[in-house]
Design a protein around this ligand. Structure first.
Ligand code: HEM
Length: 267
């Protein structure tokens, strides 16, 4: 199929005839320029068709099926918990990206009094303008996310929304709640104070207690058999690089599946 459009050269004339405003002309010229290169109009049409097809497949909602237009089911507010988790995740991601400008994952500092990581956090809390606020927003968002995800899972369980055909989204949810906890744990270690140090010691020992592969897991996740610079480095990369990509992708897939299957309404 040729990429060139038959009507490629008629646009200028057509726009002149239409007596468009400068804003409209600029918008259309830009759109046509992009379309001639990337065929965006075709792809938008494909997306539109897909959208309507998917919506046609959606099951009727409970309110539609039983004609309950004006009824309010008192469990409905709990259906917001998934969106609440998503918003908390967004806030944590945004505030975390900003904290990243000031944080450094070092276990030693030039003065030798505390770790570089801890000193950077002291700087954020005491000297950086609104730094204490930024860090508090990040910590609160993280804790709210863990609570919201947990309550969301309880809601899904007690409304039976995990049943056929939503089994896979439930399993994806199990992965998401696990990764949310890994997010929390890796972030907790980033302060590299006494709490973080001993929490990582507990993590190392828990890994070592796994039969057969324990030592391998401790090496892989904590960079050794006792907490140190390698531990902090690994937690840092997990927290700011690996997990954000993986969790963002999985949340998008999770929500896409809800969109495709429709929400499970109570029966
Ligand atoms: C990062 C964590 C999560 C996010 C951001 C998230 C987000 C969402 C959102 C926005 C919805 C739409 C309906 C609603 O809000 O209740 C939803 C539905 C659903 N979620 Fe999650 N979720 C997460 C974790 C989980 C977990 C831990 C489970 C269970 C193990 C789970 C299982 C489900 C199921 C089965 C549905 C479909 C429910 C229905 O159709 O009524 N999700 N999720």
């Amino acid at each position: 199929m040729s990429l060139e459009r038959k009507d490629e050269h008629d646009h200028g004339e057509w726009m002149k005839e239409k007596d468009l405003t400068p804003v409209e002309t600029t918008f259309l010229t830009a759109l046509i320029w992009m379309d001639q290169r990337f065929r965006i109009v075709d792809y938008l049409e494909i997306l539109e068709t897909l959208y309507y097809r998917v919506n046609m497949q959606m099951p009727k909602s409970h309110t539609e099926q039983y004609n309950l237009d004006n009824k309010f089911w008192y469990w409905y507010p709990l259906y917001a918990l998934g969106s609440f988790s998503t918003i908390a995740y967004g806030v944590a991601a945004l505030s975390g990206a900003l904290l990243g400008f000031y944080y450094a994952p070092g276990t030693v500092s030039a003065s030798g009094d505390a770790s570089l990581a801890y000193n950077q956090l002291s700087f954020i809390m005491t000297e950086l303008n609104f730094g204490f606020m930024l860090r508090s927003i990040h910590r609160w968002a993280a804790q709210v996310m863990v609570a919201a995800v947990f309550l969301h899972m309880i809601r899904v369980y007690f409304t039976g929304a995990y049943k056929e055909p939503r089994e896979l989204n439930w399993l994806l949810g199990i992965i998401l709640i696990s990764l949310t906890m890994v997010f929390g744990y890796s972030g907790y270690l980033l302060t590299w104070d006494q709490l973080a140090f001993w929490a990582s010691q507990i993590g190392v020992e828990m890994s070592l207690s796994i039969p057969l592969i324990g030592e391998w897991v401790a090496q892989l996740v904590f960079g050794g058999f006792s907490p140190g610079a390698a531990t902090l480095q690994r937690m840092y990369i997990m927290h700011v690089f690996l997990l954000p990509f993986v969790v963002t992708t999985l949340v998008a897939v999770h929500i896409a599946i809800v969109w495709i299957q429709g929400i499970a309404e109570p029966h």
